[in-house]
Design a protein around this ligand. Structure first.
Ligand SMILES: NC(=O)c1ccc[n+]([C@@H]2O[C@H](COP(=O)([O-])OP(=O)(O)OC[C@H]3O[C@@H](n4cnc5c(N)ncnc54)[C@H](O)[C@@H]3O)[C@@H](O)[C@H]2O)c1
Length: 458
């Protein structure tokens, strides 16, 4: 099939590359010329496991190309994905400007003698399928002066659930595929597109073998509103699970219990499940905060007060503030203190800094006049580019960051950090203080070594 993907970011690029690997002809359209050039040279503009190999294969096979010019590709497309960003506005509503632009552009280039399925893959507010339909029609009218003939296109919803760091794996072996469509022909076309994934009939890439036991991927077909709602409900539930673990951690800390054992104890209950129960400095990233805020906004638009969702948000904000509070309890003044900070990315396996807890902690440390020395295995380039005016030092390694520091803050649970012996850290710190925001170290060992160790909820 001929597939066009608007937006070659974390979602669009991975989706496009995987569909090209499944032998669909894919054109990625992006407004960023440097991204387009890099992709065409088979160089991933983002850090994502397996992406470089995958891009090389699909560029070599000729199944994927990137372009800034949508005209030909859109006209000849069978399916067009909209995977542009939907960042939050200050009031919590998602900014739909990029979706609007993409939809208008699509409308300007549709032909009258084909049928098109246009798919919202970006996370868009409930009801956006109708909106995108209207914008596509606006684009067509702008170009041709009359409305698009009935039946030429329809908009479907296919929310994305991939996780950065395991994005290709999640696209090849998803927990489920959700398709919301109002027309049977659109649904059939989308099922055809995904058939090799649904039936798991493709040859797995060498670096991403098929997990044992996966035979068929569950498919949910529904109306467009429910599909859009599934995405928001999933992210709201996941962020609530983490905020719940964090609230339990705060109580554990006060009564003297250990959150890691407590969560293990509840997670073994199959009704609860063990995933997403790690206490820490809270969730971040490009999706949870934005999607939760958008759902709260939507609920209020309809006169409903979503108390649980607002508490999930509140607990997360407090959790981030707790890092500085713990540091102040240990060091008192932070003025002029050298604070080593391990991990900038919002989670391991990615270079994405969007809404990373490290950002708010660094900002507060700078505000309190501390000297901040950071290390992250992959996100430092993005940090330099996105925050060039922040007065922070970049270390050449995790241990170099700790040399002579008055405290170490662990912000991201990269595996390389877990492997560093506490004794080695202790020997380099000026003051033996570790605030372990991700509970990666053993508190008992830390205490044996004389470290003033503060985890979360233990
Ligand atoms: N990142 C994730 O883990 C993830 C997971 C699930 C869903 N989502 C959702 O997917 C959407 C995209 O997220 P992302 O992380 O890939 O964003 P991103 O910022 O990485 O990528 C968006 C891309 O769209 C491009 N773009 C903007 N306007 C355009 C236009 N008019 N035409 C063509 N390209 C345009 C940008 O240049 C950018 O490359 C968002 O709605 C997000 O909520 C993201």
């Amino acid at each position: 099939m001929n597939v066009v993907v608007f937006g070659a970011g974390y979602v669009g690029l991975v989706t496009g590359a995987v569909l090209a690997e499944l032998e669909h002809h894919v054109t990625l359209i992006d407004v960023d010329p440097s991204k387009v050039a890099m992709i065409n040279q088979a160089q991933p503009p983002i850090f994502e496991y397996g992406l470089e190999n995958l891009l090389q294969r699909v560029r070599q096979s000729g199944m994927l190309e990137a372009s800034m010019d949508p005209s030909q590709a859109v006209q000849n497309a069978d399916i067009i994905f909209i995977a542009v960003g939907t960042p939050p506005l200050p009031d919590g509503a998602p900014n739909l400007d990029y979706v609007h632009q993409a939809a208008m552009t699509i409308g300007q280039h549709l032909g009258e003698n084909r049928t098109y399925v246009i798919v919202n893959k970006a996370t868009v507010p409930i009801g956006s399928a109708n909106l995108v339909e209207m914008w596509i029609d606006d684009g067509f009218v702008q170009k041709w002066g009359h409305p698009i003939p009935e039946g030429v296109f329809t908009v479907a919803s296919n929310p994305e659930f991939l996780r950065e760091g395991t994005a290709i794996h999640d696209t090849l072996y998803p927990d489920r595929i959700v398709l919301g469509a109002d027309h049977a022909w659109a649904l059939e076309r989308l099922i055809d597109l995904y058939q090799p994934i649904l039936d798991q009939t493709f040859e797995p890439p060498g670096d991403l073998p098929r997990p044992l036991g996966i035979q068929r991927i569950p498919l949910i077909t529904t109306d467009r509103l429910s599909a859009e709602m599934i995405k928001y409900a999933a992210n709201a539930f996941l962020s609530t699970k983490i905020s719940f673990a964090n609230e339990m951690a705060n109580i554990c800390e006060r009564v003297g219990a250990d959150i890691t054992t407590v969560m293990q104890g509840i997670g073994l209950d199959t009704r609860i499940g063990s995933k997403f129960l790690n206490a820490g400095i809270g969730w971040g990233g490009s999706c949870f905060g934005k999607d939760l805020a958008a759902l709260i906004y939507t609920a209020k638009e309809y006169g409903y007060e979503p108390a649980l969702l607002e508490s999930t948000q509140h607990v997360n904000i407090q959790q981030r503030k707790g890092v500085i509070k713990r540091l102040q309890e240990e060091l008192k003044t932070l003025k002029g203190r050298r604070i080593a900070l391990w991990g900038l990315a919002f989670k391991p396996g990615t270079d994405d800094l969007r809404d990373a807890p490290s950002l708010s902690v660094i900002q507060e440390l700078l505000h309190l006049n501390a000297r901040v020395i950071v290390y992250d295995p992959v996100a430092m380039d993005n940090m330099r580019k996105q925050y060039p005016h922040w007065d922070i030092r970049y270390a050449s390694s995790a241990l170099a960051a700790v040399d002579g520091a008055h405290a170490l803050l662990v912000m991201t649970e990269w595996d390389v950090f877990r492997q560093i012996p506490l004794a080695e850290i202790m020997s380099r710190l000026d003051f033996p203080v570790i605030i372990d925001g991700r509970n990666i170290f053993d508190p008992q060992e830390a205490s044996r070594l004389g470290i003033r160790y503060r985890g979360i909820g233990r």
